[in-house]
Design a protein around this ligand. Structure first.
Ligand code: ADP
Ligand code: MG
Length: 334
């Protein structure tokens, strides 16, 4: 049974960056205003996230890594909406099956923090033969989650992740994109031991300011704001897109649907072809899109590791996005 769980977990959490995506979303769900990511060897040796959110109640610590355990599902009717965010209650469980996981957490009204270790969904001793109970310790309000030796028990997956620089780049990409989309939250991302972080955004910043931090002031200055509400389609979007030719080696898409970082090939294709016809010199677009769709209209029947999503009225919504960008480009470039 453990082997089956481990294989299933390895399919949900297939590389450090997608574990990080889940951990960042948990920190944001916990109301964090500051999130710090620390990485060793591309997240394979260590992937740690510290937040200043509301923390986890001590009595919940034995449960948080159990499969389908979530504190976010309050009433049954929530299910249809909640499911659209993916596999609820599976992230920590899955990570605990494929790494050495520890959680240190302190709620504001607690006198001290507690540190717990997990293995295969359950509390585990810090050292073989030891006690599994969470241990009181010093700590700040909030939560530190550390996953060590990712895929130590799935050699085939570990072997597939040999390039730690690649994995770190993916981690940086996830952290910087969430930083742009959640500009009220301070994000830091650093390699363990590095004096200077690779990403360091301030609290109460703005999306455009953080785009400048991550992609450079030149790119930020070339962007124009878009915003549109498709009332008949229960959808709306806003964001920033490139408006002039600039030197980009590849197109950049930061697409959030209902605050989740996703891929959507039809949007990407349609926008790319718009740019190559309207702005041939800028045929590598930069697009940050914050798309909101009625949760029931988003398809949840996609494989959990895939970032690709589907939604209802796709053609019309993609059409509205292209129209909106087209209008903006033709009004700013004449
Ligand atoms: P889900 O997010 O779907 O509820 P997870 O497996 O990601 O499932 O997390 C399980 C539970 O652990 C959450 O419901 C939440 O109660 C708790 N939790 C996880 N991370 C944090 C965090 N950073 N701060 C506070 N609580 C957390
Ligand atoms: Mg979660």
């Amino acid at each position: 049974e453990t082997v089956i769980n481990r294989i299933a977990a390895g399919e949900i959490i297939n590389r450090p960056s997608n574990a990080l995506k889940e951990l960042i979303e948990n920190s944001l769900d916990a109301g964090a205003t500051s999130i710090t990511v620390t990485v060793k060897d591309g997240g394979i040796k260590l992937l740690q996230i510290q937040d200043n959110g509301h923390g986890i109640r001590t009595e919940d610590l034995p449960l948080v890594c159990e499969r389908f355990t979530t504190s976010k599902l309050k009433i049954y009717e929530d299910l249809s909406t909640i499911q659209t965010y993916g596999f609820r209650g599976e992230a920590l469980a899955s990570i605990s099956h494929v790494s050495h996981l520890s959680i240190t957490t302190k709620q504001a009204d607690s006198e001290c923090a507690y540190k717990a270790h997990y293995s295969d969904g359950k509390l585990a001793p810090a050292k073989p033969g030891g006690n599994s109970d969470p241990e009181p310790c010093a700590g700040n309000n909030g939560t530190i989650i550390a996953a060590e030796d990712l895929f130590y028990n799935i050699p085939s997956r570990k072997n597939a992740l040999k390039n730690t620089r690649d994995e770190y780049n993916r981690i940086y990409e996830v952290a910087s994109r969430y930083a742009i989309h959640n500009a009220s939250v301070a994000f830091t991302c650093r390699k363990l031991g590095a004096t200077k972080p690779d990403l360091c955004t301030q609290q109460n910043s703005s999306a455009i300011n953080n785009i400048g931090q991550v992609f450079g002031a030149k790119i930020a200055a070339s962007l124009v704001e878009i915003s549109y509400e498709c009332k008949d389609l229960d959808a709306s979007f806003s964001g920033y897109v490139s408006s002039a030719s600039h030197e980009m080696h590849k197109s950049v898409f930061l697409l959030f649907i209902n605050h989740r970082l996703v891929d959507h090939t039809p949007i990407k294709r349609a926008v790319e072809s718009l740019y190559s016809s309207v702005l041939p010199k800028a045929s590598r677009p930069f697009v940050y899109l914050d798309l909101r769709i009625k949760p029931e209209n988003v398809d949840v029947n996609v494989h959990p590791t895939k970032r690709e999503v589907r939604f209802l009225n796709e053609d019309s919504i993609v059409g509205a996005i292209v129209d909106c960008i087209h209008k903006k480009l033709t009004s700013t470039n004449n």
